[in-house]
Write a protein that binds this ligand. Sequence first.
Ligand code: SF4
Length: 719
Amino acid sequence: MSKPASVIFPDVPTAAMTYCTSRFRTVRRPAVEVKVGAVGVGETNPIRLQSMTTSDTQDVVATVRQSVALAEVGCEIVRITAPNVAAARCLRDIRAQFSAAGFEHIPLVADIHFLPSAAMEAVEHVEKVRVNPGNYADKKKFAVREYSDADYDRELARLYEAFSPLVLRAKALGRSLRIGTNHGSLSDRIMNRHGDTPLGMVESALEFVRICESHGFHGLILSMKASNPKVMIQAYRLLVARMDTAHRPYPLHLGVTEAGDGEDGRIKSAIGIGSLLLDGLGDTIRVSLTEDSVYEIPVARTLAEKAGISRQESAAVRQETGTPQRGAENPEPEGSDPFNFSKRETVTFMLGKHCVVGPEQPPRVIVRVTPAELPHLKSKVSSPNFADTPVEGVLVPVTSGADLALVIAGVREWAPSAFLALELVPELTPADCEAQTSNLKSPVLLVRAFAAGESEFLRSFAALARRHGHFLVCAVAPADLPRLGETLRDLGDAHLVFTLDSRLPAPDRAHSVGRYRQLAAQLRALGSRAPVWIRNTAATAIGRSPDFLSRLLDASILTGALLCDGLGDLVSIETEADPARATKLAYNVLQGAGARSSKTEFVACPSCGRTLFDLQTTTQRIRKRTGHLKGVKIAIMGCIVNGPGEMADADFGYVGGAPGKINLYVGKTCVQYNLPQAEADDRLVALIREHGKWAEPAPAASPCFAAPSPSRDPAVTAS
Ligand code: SF4
């Protein structure tokens, strides 16, 4: 065999790279079709939904039962771990029994880490094999060393020898392969040359792609998973940009790994998967939850449906305008860099008694309440993990002058620490507002939609805001974005905030994320540093959102995608009628996007056939003890084989070491081995104390509102 030449990336400036046809509308990336058994992935095939069994693979009956359960809820591709050759051998019986149960058409995938011998056995029995390029031919040693180009080439030659037999066998049998990179388990070679960066993740996969292509094998699907959605989004974008210049456009498998469970797991998945689907990327998806796998499918289906709706909108406008379905649209807003995160620069200002808005500040949370609810508002949200989470801003709709007087009177009695935003109907004039708000001690946000041609009126409101130290929130209709220059003329940024009036459709049918990107692009082009308020409303939803899950996914996609782009200074989720739930959801979305930490961050693997303890109950137990530790990241991983490598940048790790035994980690260092599980929770808490990261739980705060919301919603919990 002649090995392919080593290729280290040429230094292509990221500004010259594109990864999608439109950042404003959903135009699906044209991937080639790869067959996984009878199921086509990529090209014009629907986005395929997949999941993974969690049983011991050598328990054939249990694994077949789980595979059937997944297939019955709509899973189109089932993955099963093959941790050793014996387990890989069991895949033959699993395949046979699964087919006999009527699911011959559903392909099975073997999940391989570390053992090429297990992969060589598995490829004989199932339709696809997933390999992790970080550990297929490399043992993770966390070694720091310099690799000269000659060293690096020697490593690639070793990789070539180790991986080629699988490629050749897959080619002979008509199997497909997934090159599945994980952010947390890159090889030492990649780590030392590229670091644990999106670029390192991409190069890790392309090392394997080049070997496949050198053998004329193209049945490839690629993935770039990370537990941090921001890293995952950047890695997929970079992969596409790099891959499409030198390789075939292989289909993409999207997923956020170790996303956790409940609301948090769904939010993280929606941020990562949902925003890439809106960009037109992704051909098959897996939502990884630390719950029974069947609960992953409804979430994946809803995300895929939303992407479909967004694609149809885009296709319709392209047909109406005669724009070709592919190409012909400048995808990048001027000045934005989708491959590197940087927060948009804005002016800084103070709202209320404690709240600063600005580029160095976390996004501020605003909750919408009715005038009747306002007097009952307390200053903090109460729920198990939100003991010290403040209500920062309150948005109250005001429909008349009398209404405004009542709200202001209520505010005077209420004397909150939160700042006030007043949503004004067009009938209210600047004079009405001045009379009521001029004597308020704290600045308020005056929120008003301005139609085209109302620029004089807008100027009057802006002057009023400046005179009294208030802020004008200018809600711009998408159709009026091109005229934003007129709005900004002579006004300056000092007392302005921008948001979208999403009730009116965008004339180019941009999706809700795209509309905010257009707003930010316009502000950038005009040199404005005014903050942007992301408002989640019924009008920003993708399709109908009849239940909490759908609304949660909408809020996560819009808010999360924009925050991962570095956009958004204020956030409100106005689709939840219960203000306590809306506030909690907003903080959870900010945490999921890595924009603001309000509680402990849990990185929990979804579990699989390697898992050594009950991940679901353990995660819930540890959350109960440590969920109040703001800013602390705890990983709960089911096995020692993969767990330590994949727990990313967690502060502490709780990892299955052997049946009934737990290893505890501080960062990537194992500090306690083989603890009986009955002692492990206490020892974890002791370890957190020793490292100065422990805080006593705060006494329960008074509820945000008179009736506290349930802490978990049945629509998003497993049971
Ligand atoms: S870390 Fe969890 S999901 Fe990953 S291999 Fe181990 S048990 Fe399976």
